[in-house]
Every structure is written in structure tokens, then in C-alpha cells.
Design a protein around this ligand. Structure first.
Ligand code: ATP
Ligand code: MG
Length: 292
């Protein structure tokens, strides 16, 4: 079944209400085997296009993953990018900022890790945390050392959104495509996954007591995500709200979006000019003469 990715794309200017968006849709695969086949086909296409991205060396792709805990960011990144040449792809995870990072503006630490030309960069959490966890927990903002008159500005969050969209527009104008995924998980499915992590000794390490604390702020996070997606989904850097209760389905949707994003880039393998072709012929003759 062909996945229509625009179904999951947040329209520029559209107001988002997450309650109206599904955390589960009819599977795009028929069986576990079928899933493997479909994912493999996406990965094959992605891998070929990624090689072209690298050879063309003009564009880069930044994939941003945001979600509540246990929504499957790590698994999606691992499975979707599994066929991509590791030399052309880098993953960065952003946790609580260090004191050194907090001494800079909020876009600084992620900017250092933006993908170079020809590469795919993946952010597992990102500068978006600055309008999500920081908005849900105002005490974090207080600890950021910003001038009081800036923090007290009633348009503070609007201005943060604008800083983000301006950055993304700037990146777009310079050859970096930014695609953002919100893995949309239901509260009940999160509960199930947390229980699995608590019950299975091999998964215990994945559970942190803070996960339960943050779960207590579910509504606040939902609101922060809605405001964020509404304010920052643009034509050039869209958000995709990916139903995440079914991990396999989510991976198929994400991999298709990535394939399409790469397909949209006008890339070509570098061509040799006639002078270079002559030079290559001369070098070839030289190499043949050296034979046996
Ligand atoms: P996992 O799936 O393993 O739980 P994770 O991405 O949740 O992965 P954690 O180490 O559990 O990783 O948590 C990282 C924490 O860092 C998150 O709670 C996130 O909200 C927080 N964080 C990330 N960026 C910022 C930021 N700029 N300011 C404050 N907190 C941040
Ligand atoms: Mg976590």
C-alpha cells in the first residue's frame, strides 16, 4: 500500500489539535515479513539517494525527532537509517544542556552539529526542547541566565518560535533541508511500554524515575507540542505528526518521508568536462602500460 505522507504533514498556517490526530492508523504492512520487505525497499532507495547526496555535495538534510518518552525515537532512527553509509550520516542526541552550553544563546549548541554539505544529520531531540520542556517547566528558563526584561516579555515564546523558523529558513536558503518528526504516542501506549521496561530485566535500564514525573505533565506537553507545531511548521521545513502506537508503521512512514525529501532535491553525479575526460584517458593508458 502506498503511503500518502501528506496525510501526516502539518499544513503551513494550520492550527494543530493533537486530539484530532491519530496515534494509530491502519497498518501499511500485512505481516511482519511484509514490513521487512517494505522497509528494506525504502532503505535501498534511501541508500542510493544518500550516495548521490554525498557525490553531489551541495545539499544536506537535517532530520529532527521529537516525542514523549518511549515513543520510539531511538528505534526509528536505528531502523530507518540502518542502510545508510555511516560516513554520510551523523546522529546527535541532545540531553540536559551543560553549564558551558547554557552560557550561550539557545540555538548555539545544536548549530555546532548541523550536517555538512552532502550529509544527513539526525537530531534526537533538538533546539525544540527550548519551547517544549522549557515551556512546561518555567524553572528551567529561570536557570538560563537571561536578562529579566527579555524573559518577562509577553511575546517571549512567540519570539523563540520566530528564532527557530528564521534559523530554518536561513538553513533552507543555504542548501539544508530540515524535516521534523513528532512521534505521536497515546498515553495508554506509553503506560504499556513503561510497564514492559519495568517488567523485563533486559529493558530496566531504559526506565528512569523521571519518566514518570514527566508523564505527570502529559497535558502540559501536549499543549506545548500543539503550540510549537502550529507556530513552526513551514512550507520549506514541515513537521510530520507520525502515529507512533505502532512502531513498525511509524518507521515505514518516516522512511518514506525521508526518501521523498531526498527525491525532491535536484542532485546529479558530478560530470567530468572534456579536458578532464582526456586527462582520465591519458592516465588510463599509462596504467594499462604498467600491466603484467
Ligand atoms: P530515552 O528514549 O532513552 O529516554 P531521551 O531522549 O528521553 O531518550 P533522556 O536522557 O531520558 O533521553 O532525557 C533527556 C532529557 O533532556 C529529556 O527530558 C529532555 O527534555 C531534556 N532536554 C533536552 N534538551 C533540553 C534543554 N535544552 N533544556 C532542558 N532539558 C533538555
Ligand atoms: Mg527519556
Amino acid at each position: 500500500m502506498k503511503i500518502s505522507t501528506k496525510e501526516f504533514r502539518v499544513r503551513d498556517g494550520g492550527k494543530i489539535n493533537l486530539k484530532n490526530l491519530p496515534t494509530k492508523v491502519k497498518p501499511f504492512y500485512q505481516s511482519a515479513d511484509d514490513y521487512q520487505k517494505l522497509l528494506a525497499a525504502h532503505i535501498q532507495e534511501m541508500s542510493e539517494r544518500q550516495e548521490l547526496l554525498y557525490a553531489d555535495n551541495r545539499y544536506s538534510l537535517l532530520l529532527i525527532f521529537q516525542a514523549m518518552d518511549a515513543a520510539g525515537k531511538d528505534g526509528a532512527i536505528k531502523h530507518v537509517m540502518s542502510g545508510v553509509n555511516p560516513q554520510g550520516c551523523q546522529v546527535f542526541s541532545f540531553k540536559h544542556p551543560s553549564a558551558g552550553e547554557l552560557a550561550h544563546d539557545f540555538l548555539w549548541r545544536t548549530t555546532r552539529d548541523l550536517p555538512e554539505r552532502g550529509r544527513i544529520g539526525i537530531f534526537n531531540r533538538s533546539y525544540y526542547e527550548e519551547v517544549l520542556v522549557v515551556k512546561v517547566h518555567p524553572e528551567i528558563l529561570k536557570g538560563q541566565g537571561l536578562p529579566a526584561e527579555l524573559v518577562e516579555d509577553k511575546n517571549f515564546w512567540e519570539k523563540r518560535y520566530r528564532s527557530i523558523t528564521n534559523l530554518e529558513k536561513h538553513l533552507h536558503r543555504n542548501g539544508t533541508r530540515v524535516i521534523k518528526f513528532f512521534l505521536h504516542l497515546s498515553k495508554e501506549e506509553q503506560r504499556r511500554r513503561f510497564l514492559k521496561r519495568l517488567d523485563d530485566p533486559a529493558r530496566n535500564w531504559k526506565f528512569s524515575q523521571f519518566d514518570l514525573v514527566e508523564r505527570g505533565f502529559w497535558k502540559e506537553y501536549r499543549r506545548a507540542y500543539e503550540e510549537c507545531l502550529t507556530a513552526t511548521s513551514t512550507e520549506e521545513s514541515p513537521w510530520f505528526v507520525v502515529p507512533a502506537d505502532d512502531k513498525l508503521n511509524a518507521r515505514l512512514i518516516i522512511s518514506q518521508v525521508v526518501c521523498e525529501a531526498l527525491k525532491d532535491l535536484k542532485m546529479e553525479y558530478p560530470k567530468s568536462d572534456p579536458k578532464r575526460l582526456l586527462e582520465l584517458k591519458r592516465l588510463r593508458r599509462q596504467l594499462v602500460k604498467q600491466g603484467g
